[in-house]
Design a protein around this ligand. Structure first.
Ligand SMILES: Nc1ncnc2c1ncn2[C@@H]1O[C@H](COP(=O)(O)OP(=O)(O)OP(=O)(O)O)[C@@H](O)[C@H]1O
Ligand SMILES: [Mg+2]
Length: 145
């Protein structure tokens, strides 16, 4: 299934992430696609707020992965911007997070197509004019939020 939503501000994209958080369970992988500044981190920030964590979520650009412990689950937030091979991906510890205990977000999934499972929920953000963002959520299972 596919859901298409347009947002008109960063706050709206965060709000969408917060609503979307209600469908997620440990073991879910959310593969994110979209250009620099599309709003991927903003979306994840909203999700983590939805998980009940009151902390500022910033881009894991240099750390590659940031972990969060929410009241009901753990979150691993990846930025694959600088990852280009299976070997580099392995070095990030990515595969260790696929143990079913964490919800995983992957910014720059474009760089690791070989590692994105069919089961993953895909979130693609396309920039429009100004602050317009066209957001597509594709899920192999029925989701409602
Ligand atoms: N509708 C919108 N939704 C989200 N962000 C928006 C929107 N309109 C404008 N912005 C701005 O776009 C930027 C989005 O930044 P963000 O870090 O979330 O992008 P990103 O996709 O994670 O980029 P990167 O690939 O560099 O990690 C912010 O500066 C934000 O204020
Ligand atoms: Mg980002």
């Amino acid at each position: 299934m596919e859901i298409n939503i347009t947002t008109f501000s960063q706050g709206e994209t965060e709000e969408l992430g917060t609503r979307f958080s209600s469908v997620l369970v440990p073991g879910d992988v959310v593969a994110m696609f979209g250009d620099l500044g599309a709003g991927k981190t903003a979306f994840v920030r909203g999700v983590i707020r939805g998980f009940g964590l009151d902390t500022y979520v910033s881009s894991p650009t240099f750390s590659i992965v940031n972990e969060y412990s929410c009241p009901d689950c753990r979150v691993a937030h990846f930025d694959m911007y600088r990852i280009g091979s299976e070997e580099e991906l392995y070095g990030t510890g990515f595969y260790d997070y696929l143990d079913g205990n964490s919800v995983i977000f992957i910014e720059w999934s474009e760089n690791i197509p070989f590692a994105i499972d069919e089961e993953a929920i895909r979130v693609s953000i396309e920039k429009g004019e100004g602050d317009i963002r066209n957001i597509r959520i594709e899920s192999p299972r029925e989701i409602r939020f």
